[in-house]
Design a protein around this ligand. Structure first.
Ligand code: SF4
Length: 412
């Protein structure tokens, strides 16, 4: 197996990163690893074994590391481990300090700065955890943490307290206790497997877990949250898809933030999951200089649909300790949303949410489309700023005027 890194053969990054260029699907290429044989490169285990995990490797592959990144990478393993798959590393533009891929996975020293309002557990998961590895925050569904490992680590991870075990959280899921809790709670109808990344489990372990969960009579459907199709599309093998299709209804939420993450490799991996009948949604985190540009986000959501993935949520970045340099304002988030609704297909428009700090759950955030509301009418505006009046009905009373004009429009 050939595994040497040829450090002088990095393919030129895309010279143009404008919205038109971002629409195209490109391969991540082989970059520094062009000496590696095809079978190894396409083997997800090879990709995991050859991840970039320390500052020396990073500096060697990317001499353009800034002092902030160098210091951040040196300290990284005190907060959240540094790990980047060779495949994903090839998406980084080493010539661009503000590369939207780079800032998601290469630590900066700013991670050591903590604002007073930042937290290690911003969503209050630990306080809603009846047994280790299980979060029961909402009435009818639970979050089932499967592992603390990911293929690569996002510098803004909301679970950085436990993911990668860099802070010594010492996370040990106890599947028996987690499953037992679900069995004893018939109100739980929906289980979301997350972590860490559940698709890092091998096929056999994942199948065993899905089998046990789907055997619980009150579980109506299962979900998996994963960033694997983006960090490690090689993991989405035909065998994995064959196994997953046995557990319908099974939904998968992926996590992609920027159109450049949607490569030909990612599109093919997502296509395999879609062909297995799995409904796919995407969750993006709104990040400064990554996807807080309305045009970039528009390209991203449109490109997701072309990958057969429905944009599901845009999250305001949680108040995770050391993430201030990546957070963008709610005002900017609203501008992003304003540029989507009405300006592109409804299927491409996700819900913007803030996970209420401390464990309040997801709160939908929308631009103000209702201008005023009285007992008699609602005044609304559309995406072009045109204003309309809609007659309000007394509770239970039909909207006679509105119905008459609606029927007239049908006849006409
Ligand atoms: S893939 Fe998910 S769990 Fe893993 S580091 Fe990124 S955000 Fe955190």
């Amino acid at each position: 197996m050939q595994t040497e890194i040829a450090t002088d053969t990095k393919e030129d990054p895309d010279p143009s990163h404008g919205p038109d260029s971002l629409k195209e699907f490109r391969s991540a290429g082989r970059g520094f690893w062009n000496q590696v044989d095809e079978a190894s490169w396409n083997d997800w285990r090879w990709q995991l074994q050859h991840r970039i995990t320390n500052v020396q490797q990073l500096q060697r592959l990317m001499p353009t590391l800034t002092p902030e990144e160098h210091a951040g990478a040196t300290l990284a393993n005190h907060k959240l481990a540094l790990a980047i798959t060779p495949y994903f590393f090839n998406l980084i533009d080493p010539a661009d300090e503000n590369c939207p891929i780079r800032s998601q996975v290469i630590p900066r020293v700013q991670e050591t700065h903590t604002a007073p309002w930042e937290m290690s557990d911003p969503c209050g998961e630990d306080s809603h955890s009846p047994v280790p590895g299980l979060v029961h925050r909402y009435p009818d569904r639970v979050l089932f943490l499967v592992t603390d490992r990911c293929a690569a680590y996002c510098r803004y991870c909301t679970r950085s307290r436990l993911v990668s075990n860099a802070t010594g959280y010492d996370f040990h899921p106890e599947f028996d206790r987690q499953i037992d809790y679900i069995r004893r709670h018939p109100e739980v109808r929906d289980v979301l497997l997350s972590g860490g990344d559940p698709l890092l489990l091998n096929d056999e372990r994942l199948e065993a877990l899905l089998t046990r969960l789907s055997a619980i009579s009150h579980i109506e459907f299962l979900r998996i949250g994963t960033r694997i199709p983006i960090f490690l599309p090689q993991r989405i093998t035909p065998q994995l898809c064959e196994m997953l299709r046995k557990f319908h209804p099974l939904f998968i939420s992926i996590h992609s933030n920027h159109p450049r993450e949607l490569t030909t490799e990612a599109r093919e991996a997502l296509g395999r999951l879609a062909d297995a009948g799995i409904p796919l949604g995407n969750q993006s985190v709104l990040l400064r200089h990554v996807n807080d540009d309305p045009e970039v986000m528009k390209v991203h959501v449109q490109k997701l649909l072309r990958c057969r993935v429905r944009p599901y949520y845009i999250y305001q970045c949680d108040l995770i300790a050391g993430s201030a340099h990546l957070r963008t304002s709610v005002r900017q988030g609203l501008e992003v949303m304003e540029n989507l609704r009405g300006h592109t297909s409804g299927y491409a428009v996700p819900q913007y949410v803030i996970d209420a700090p401390g464990g309040g759950g997801k709160v939908p955030i929308n631009p103000d489309y209702i201008l005023s509301r009285t007992a008699d009418q609602v005044v609304i505006r559309n995406y072009e700023g045109q204003v309309f009046e809609y007659p309000e009905a007394a509770d239970g009373a039909p909207l006679v005027k509105a119905r008459a004009s609606f029927e007239a429009s049908l006849v006409g």
